[in-house]
Design a protein around this ligand. Sequence first.
Ligand code: LLP
Length: 413
Amino acid sequence: WPRTADWAGGELRLGGLGVRELAAEFATPVYVLDEDDFRARCAAWMGAFPDGDVHYGGKAFLAPAVVGWLRELGLSLDVCSGGELAVARRGGMPAERVVFHGNNKSVAEIRDAVRWGIGCIVLDSFQELERVADIARAFGVRQAVMIRVKPGVDADTHASWATGGENTKFGLSMASGEAAEAVRRVLAEPALDLVGLHSHIGSQIFDLDSFATAAHRMVGFLREVEKENGVTIGKLDLGGGLGVPYLPGEKTAPTPAELAEVLGAVVPPDMRIALEPGRSVVGPTTVAVYEVGTVKGRFISVDGGMSDNPRPATYGAAYTAVVASRASDAAPETFTIVGKHCETGDILVDGVDLPGDVRPGDLLAIPCSGAYQRSAASNYNLLPRPPVVAVRDGAARTIVRRETEEDLLRLYV
Ligand code: LLP
């Protein structure tokens, strides 16, 4: 639960506001983001890496308001599409604090980024190296770039989120010599300025040893190419990926400070470290609030589902839930919380103990709903996507408004 959560009188309060009041004002489903918690998590990252760069991974959840908080707190931003770039710009992030990722950025996206003066582009292939160089030349600028390297580390996580092995679409292989060749080509290209090397081993990782192994390999590789080419590169971006617990009693996640300690033992002090945490910054800050519509046997149906949270259906991700609108003394029973979509796989929580008297009109809260939920939400079955409401000091403000049927209809010709 986010840090301002409390349960006075059996009702969940966030940022000083009760969920009943929030649901009455903003309707459900709604994502409630605890702004103090978000800020504290950013501060923990900045405190752990005071001499480095902390780029928030915007893919986890992005909105102009979030960009404003990041800017204010000294973080930078990692974007992976023209759309995320547009939000970065709308939120007022200085161009030099934005890093652009992706294995197939379009020419239009690269042009837009270079024209804007983006801080860094992470090159993912030889073709992209040429494209970025051509575009930078056309604009008469020298574009700062990093090279994404495959460190050959298979992190212990869901196969969809492991990105550091040889067998991934991301980056250039260290083992095959591709990455070293990319370094030579970038250094030979006057329109490009090689400012660092990048690796990202995956997401939802609890094992700090995987980060240490990747860092160790990247340090060795960086020293090797520095020596071979007679240059100083000096910066290692080790990506994001620190995990967060979703369930009560799950293993606790390493803190940014613990990660800093482990990396500090591997990365020499003259090498600047950059990181890109997404989930560990925003995941735990946000609670999804749904209203119960029907209770039929063990199935509780709520007013959202796989369109606003695709993670259980896509990855088998596990969540928990509580009745957040009232206290109950009823004996617990095990329920399955399902959405309102037209398929059996539309499950939000597969087995959770809730008071046996749960009934229509109750509000259910699902914690740790900040990362890869609203940002990955769809309009499946033409459900409008829920809003995100930031709460702080007893005040609530919409930072992403609820979609309307009008919004949906606007797309049709
Ligand atoms: N940097 C790069 C290059 C990335 O690809 C990612 C995440 C991050 C940073 C941020 O990683 P984080 O700190 O959030 O783990 N949709 C999946 C997660 C996909 C992760 C994509 N890349 C999910 O719902 O769990």
